[in-house]
Design a protein around this ligand. Structure first.
Ligand code: AP5
Length: 215
């Protein structure tokens, strides 16, 4: 039997990164995340693609979407080598969803449902390790020593786009562009919803059950 093809949808801060990582480990599938891929290539020159800004960094710091041509290529390359996968952060608009349908078939799209006030609290309190990328929250999942990664001892930093002003912009971009993608998969009949406001373990359990049931 082939491995699961899972899409995780949700607003910024819904817990996609946290849960995708665990899903990928548990089901032994690839974690394909456009956010991480773009952060690793922030200063790539995309000016020749007739884009408004010359680098992904400029889009991300403004809370805007990076052009489709850039992210579509990232996802196509990542999926070429993946048997099973969990997609995190893509598609983010209907054009990307259409492109995705041309290169792969999904088993299930899971929407992590979290209120706006909780999203803002989670994002502005998030800290990430600048060495290994491990994810913390100053209140909900703090490290043993403030500012230091439990896993590798690296420094914990705030992402450039986790300031309150940029978070508000990202939430608006989500409403305008990505909320219609959730409805698209609902109409296709492959959407399931999971309450994203429990503890990370509770959310994972519900998510795991949905993926199991769909694959
Ligand atoms: P991306 O990196 O994809 O960011 P995002 O979708 O805004 O999502 P986040 O990573 O901020 O949140 P998350 O849902 O993964 O939550 P997390 O698990 O970290 O994209 C960044 C930028 O890249 C975009 O703005 C855009 O510019 C560009 N980009 C990316 N993909 C693109 C695309 N396809 N097209 C165009 N542009 C694209 O959790 C958040 C925090 O909450 C953490 O601190 C965590 O510890 C905590 N937390 C998690 N779960 C819980 C819980 N259950 N209870 C309490 N706290 C929790």
């Amino acid at each position: 039997m082939s491995q699961p093809h899972v899409l995780l949808l949700g607003a910024p801060g819904a817990g996609k990164g946290t849960q995708s990582k665990r899903l990928a480990e548990t089901f032994d599938i690839e974690h394909v995340t456009t956010g991480d891929a773009l952060r690793a290539n922030k200063d790539m020159d995309i000016g020749h693609m007739d884009t408004a800004y010359d680098t992904p960094r400029a889009y991300m710091e403004a809370g805007e979407l990076v052009p489709d041509a850039v992210v579509n290529e990232i996802v196509k390359t990542a999926l070429e080598d993946a048997d099973g996968y969990v997609l995190d952060g893509y598609p983010r608009n209907l054009d990307q969803a259409e492109y995705l349908s041309e290169i792969t078939d999904l088993d299930v799209a899971v929407f992590l449902d979290v209120s706006e006030s909780e999203l803002v609290e989670r994002l502005t309190g998030r800290r990430v390790c600048d060495e290994c990328g491990a994810n913390y929250h100053v209140e909900f999942s703090p490290p043993a020593t403030a500012g230091v990664c439990d896993d590798c001892g690296g420094d914990l930093i705030q992402r450039d786009d986790d300031t309150e002003e940029t978070v508000r912009e990202r939430l608006q971009v989500y409403e305008d562009n990505t909320a219609p993608v959730v409805e698209h998969y609902r109409e296709e009949g492959i959407l399931v919803e999971v309450d994203g406001e429990g503890t990370p373990d509770e959310v994972f359990e519900a998510l795991h059950d949905e993926v199991d049931a769909a694959t």
